[in-house]
Design a binder for this molecule. Structure first.
Ligand code: PEP
Ligand code: MN
Length: 344
């Protein structure tokens, strides 16, 4: 970190303040100004306090503010295991299922057919964030029970959203992976709670969050003791209403440079449009994503939530062979499809 002092100020008061903060500064006089270089691996902790110092004009932070999720922590990239599935390895992880768990029949039909088509995890929301208090907010525990049962019957692990820090332990009894939704990305109590819980976490990017903010959210989870984190790019807000969000695919290779964590892409929320999900799913793999999260519904026109961005079972089935063709071009593969246990 470099502190640039105001014109005409001497470094002595700043050096004294650094000593109080248990840091050492190396002053130098350059072009008529004093600069103070500070070595620190916890810059974010002291940079704010130094920025407030009366002699300091600018603080230039050089190290990233996160450490546990930084690329240097694991230069070859970390692997996150969720049961038999591994994020970050050669196999692409395909997470598929409805936006919301609606009823047993919808879920079991979806689970059976996405598993047959090649999905490796089942998704579905039992606790749904809803912009309107009058919108559908999920079936809660009965929904989780249906998810667990459907996952068990077809042999897929389940990923589902948790919104309330007080419900983390309960949801973790049902889920194989806990989703932190875009709207909760900076719910710091929730991040700490899933960190303490230890279940693998799918951390969606907040719709107005920078990459640094996203990685600092991941750092919260890791700092609370859980490094089993997978990032999920799901699009960010912009001015153009022709898609629901702007799917930031540049984030995929950019995150790979900054962080060791695996990253998947959600082209369903990223576009909000069924017709764009397939093309953006393929583009995501080409950009280096470790997996995809795709909303699939047996009758999208009748879905309670997000039907307009959900693929039908047939559309999902037709997409997977296309993904199988893209993956080898980026040295990845889709796992071979295993026979599905019939829904007895
Ligand atoms: C979802 O996955 O259904 C969801 C609500 O996602 P997001 O948090 O990305 O909006
Ligand atoms: Mn949804």
């Amino acid at each position: 970190m470099i502190l640039i002092l105001k014109p005409g100020r001497e470094p002595s008061a700043v050096l004294k303040r650094l000593a109080e903060l248990d840091h050492v500064g190396a002053p130098s006089h350059v072009d008529g100004r004093w600069l103070v270089a500070v070595e620190s691996r916890t810059e974010s902790g002291i940079s704010d306090r130094l920025r407030a110092h009366r002699d300091v004009e600018t603080v230039q932070v050089s190290d990233p503010p996160y450490r546990l999720v930084a690329r240097e922590r694991c230069p070859e990239g970390s692997l996150v295991d969720v049961g038999p599935v591994t994020f970050g390895g050669a196999d692409i992880v395909l997470i598929a299922g409805p936006c919301s768990v609606e009823d047993e029949e919808q879920l079991l039909k979806t689970a059976t057919l996405v598993a047959e088509a090649g999905a490796t995890m089942l998704r579905g929301g039992a606790y749904k964030p809803s912009t309107s208090p009058y919108g559908f907010q999920g079936l809660g525990i009965p929904g989780l029970t249906m998810l667990r049962e459907a996952g068990r019957r077809v042999g897929l692990g389940i990923v589902t959203e948790v919104m309330d820090p007080a419900k983390v332990e309960r949801v973790a009894e049902f889920a194989d992976m806990l989703q932190i939704g875009a709207r909760s990305m900076q719910n710091f109590d929730l991040l700490k709670a899933v960190g303490r819980c230890g279940k693998p976490v799918l951390l969606k990017r907040g719709m107005c969050s920078t990459l640094d903010e996203w990685l600092l959210a991941a750092e919260y989870v890791a700092d609370a003791g859980n490094e089993r984190i997978v990032l999920c790019e799901r699009g960010i807000r912009s001015f153009d209403a022709s898609t629901r969000n702007v799917l930031d695919l540049a984030a995929v290779p950019a995150i790979r440079q900054l962080s060791c964590l695996p990253i998947v892409v959600d082209p369903s929320h990223g576009t909000g449009r069924r017709d764009l999900v397939g093309p953006m799913a393929k583009a995501s793999l080409a950009a280096g994503a470790d997996g995809l999260l795709i909303e699939v519904h047996p009758d999208p026109d009748r879905a309670i939530k997000d039907g307009g961005q959900s693929l039908s079972l047939e559309e999902f089935g037709a997409l997977v062979p296309e993904l199988e063709r893209i993956a080898p071009a980026v040295d990845r593969r889709l796992p071979s499809r295993s026979p599905v246990v019939s829904p007895a």
